[in-house]
Design a protein around this ligand. Structure first.
Ligand code: SAM
Length: 262
């Protein structure tokens, strides 16, 4: 890549320079030639180069058309490159005519939109087998967080419902150019074949969790004023808890039980 490339901070452009780490990311899953890989933000194609060694069914989404001069070369390997904002794409429509075995998403993510990207994959029901993401180390700790910790939040629970979460490795900020301010981790989100808890209604469960964590320091009584608090209290009492508890103290199973009585 030329040194004269104008790196854009607003797009989270910190390009990975370490061959060993690029290989570990791609080898975090067992990609075969019948699998489809979606890469978000290929940049100058460092990761793409490793992915096409496994399969040529690859679709990349890159917002920055200035990178076209580095990415054009991949088209001759069958890679489809879509220039645009990943968040605005209809992925299910784009992949609907492609025959593939498993779908993997792999990315060194632009950190400014980590949560919206993960939320989109969940909300759009993109049929992934797994996602391998380079993310900020601190965000990785939040995604893996357990109840009664500072990092535990609504995203930890959403992720736990859909995915098994595995940290692949920690990555120093020194292996990126330009060097970011934070360290990173590679995380593997493996779609569960059976979701973590049984729900009568997913929408009620997700709304309950969002509302419960709305003001993190507030009790459930204060965050859930518009709910049937007697029903919630009945469930909490079974665990020797009451409405003075905070969302960060409840497990996914307890949230599921509450949502199933609402
Ligand atoms: N994959 C390359 C690597 O590992 O070196 C680049 C990773 S860099 C952290 C993030 C990439 O995502 C950049 O190329 C950036 O232009 C791209 N990007 C940022 N926002 C995006 C968006 N909304 N949709 C698609 N790509 C985006």
């Amino acid at each position: 890549m030329n040194n004269d490339f104008n790196f854009k901070k607003k797009y989270g452009q910190n390009f990975l320079q370490d061959n060993n780490i690029l290989e570990k990311i791609v080898n975090s899953v067992n990609i075969t030639k019948d699998d489809l890989v979606i890469e978000i933000g290929p940049g100058s194609g460092a990761l793409t180069k490793k992915i096409i060694e496994k399969t040529n069914k690859v679709i990349c989404f890159e917002i920055d058309t200035d990178l076209k001069k580095y990415l054009d070369v991949f088209e001759k390997y069958g890679v489809q490159i879509i220039y645009g904002d990943f968040l605005k794409q209809n992925i299910n429509e784009i992949i609907k005519d492609i025959k593939y075995n498993n779908l993997y998403i792999i990315a060194n993510l632009p950190y400014y939109i980590t949560t919206p990207i993960i939320t989109k994959i969940i909300d759009d029901k993109i049929p992934v087998k797994s996602c391998t993401f380079m993310i900020q180390k601190e965000v990785c700790d939040r995604l893996k967080a357990k109840p009664n910790t500072k990092q535990y939040n609504s995203l930890s629970i959403f992720i736990d419902y859909y995915f098994e979460v595995e940290k692949v490795l920690d990555v120093s900020k020194n292996v990126f150019y330009p060097k970011p301010n934070v360290d990173s981790s590679v995380i593997l989100l493996k779609k569960r074949s059976n979701y973590k808890v049984n729900l009568k209604n997913e929408d009620i469960f997700f709304k309950l969790i969002s509302d419960s964590f709305k003001f993190k320091r507030k009790t459930l009584r204060n965050n859930l004023k518009s709910y049937d608090l007697d029903k919630i209290n009945n469930v909490l009492n079974k665990y020797n808890l009451d409405l003075s508890v905070r969302a960060e103290n409840l497990t996914i199973e307890q949230f599921a039980e509450i949502s199933n009585v609402l």
